[in-house]
Design a protein around this ligand. Structure first.
Ligand code: NCD
Length: 349
């Protein structure tokens, strides 16, 4: 049994295998049209989504399977106070695989240890978003022909932007990548993401233009309005970076511009016709990689629950952590390299 909560749940050889499967699906979709006949995907979306939910659903339908689920917390029993763990146990009796998005960090991890079917994290708070990373990796691979030896500019909300956290975790496992972290001071990349990317080379700046001419990949992100406790701070930071055609003049001719979408105003629509703009291709690649992932996880599914999580029972003070709302769920603390962290949300305690 395997679930994917963190992109690190997939080895580099599994990532490479998923890319190969996705490329094969793109070349021969007919060969895959019945691969999931009789199988059901449950999309449990406690937080809004367009691309991720619809691409999961399209992925399962194109594999010949079917889909059940809900698209907001209000239309599930969560609104009556049901725990994530109970929901996962119930849905295990109705579906073969779960894709879960939740506003609480660690919720899909809780589900993965309660369910008897594979669980895929489709985004948990400001924490992880592994399947967006799969879309990003396939796009970079198709555009650049490699996943290593790249200079990658990551721009915008690096604090709350979960897609950035998962992408850095994945790309830091390939040789020779350099990350240029472009953000306002208040929205810098969390320390735990840097620590987990052990040997990676980081340059931090608040200036988009200072290194744009050296980037192979430019990854723009939205300032994550819904995660700000202080709305005045959001208003102050929301227009920090806006990519316009004039800013691309000094960029490499073969640079590839990515964005997980939705965009607000970080990329002017005038950039859309630039051949370097790859963000709409990225959405197609997301569907292909989700098809590959569903096939992979169903092939490993054995109906057995994952072993319980381990750690020292403690308290996590992160208000976005799933342990802040689930009454029966004590925080579990683990220690690595002298740093104590919550097992669910990764925040230091
Ligand atoms: C991203 C997300 O949900 O984190 N969107 C997506 O899944 N494509 C990015 C965002 O919302 O800014």
């Amino acid at each position: 049994m395997k679930s994917v909560i963190d992109i690190l749940d997939l080895s580099v050889s599994e990532l490479d295998g998923l890319i190969n499967t996705a490329l094969d699906i793109a070349a021969h979709p007919d060969r895959y049209a019945e691969k999931c006949k009789g199988k059901k995907l449950a999309t449990l979306f406690f937080e809004p989504s367009t691309r991720t939910r619809l691409s999961f659903e399209a992925a399962m339908l194109e594999l010949g399977g079917s889909v059940i689920g809900f698209s907001e917390a209000n239309s599930s029993s969560a609104s009556k106070g049901e725990s994530v763990s109970d929901t996962a146990k119930v849905v295990s009796n109705y579906a073969d695989i779960i894709a879960m998005r939740h506003f609480k960090e660690g919720a899909p991890l809780v589900a993965a240890h309660s369910a008897t079917i594979p669980v895929i994290n489709a985004g948990d708070g400001g924490h992880h978003h592994p399947t967006q990373t799969l879309a990003d990796l396939l796009t970079i691979y198709r555009e650049k022909g490699r996943l290593g030896n790249l200079k990658i500019g990551l721009v915008g909300d690096l604090k709350y932007g979960r897609t950035v956290h998962s992408l850095i975790a994945a790309l830091s496992r390939y040789e020779g990548n350099e990350f240029y972290l472009v953000s306002p001071e208040e929205l810098k990349l969390p320390e735990y993401v840097k620590k987990d990317a052990h040997n990676a080379h980081f340059v931090e700046t608040s200036q988009l233009m200072s290194h744009i001419n050296s980037f192979d990949v430019l990854y723009m992100t939205r300032i994550q309005r819904e995660r700000f406790a202080d709305k005045a701070q959001y208003e102050r930071l929301k227009n920090s970076y806006i990519l316009t055609p004039d800013k691309l003049i000094s960029a490499k001719k073969d640079m590839c511009i990515l964005h997980p979408l939705p965009r607000v105003n970080e990329i002017s629509v005038k950039v859309d016709d630039d051949p370097r703009a790859c963000y709409f291709k990225q959405t197609l690649n997301g569907k292909l990689m989700r098809m590959a992932l569903i096939l992979h996880l169903l092939s490993l599914s054995d109906g057995k629950r994952l072993p319980p999580l381990s750690g020292e029972v403690g308290v996590c003070t992160n208000p976005a952590c799933i342990t802040s709302t689930e009454q029966e769920l004590p925080a579990l603390i683990s220690e690595t390299d002298g740093v104590r962290r919550c097992v669910y949300c990764d925040k230091e305690v």
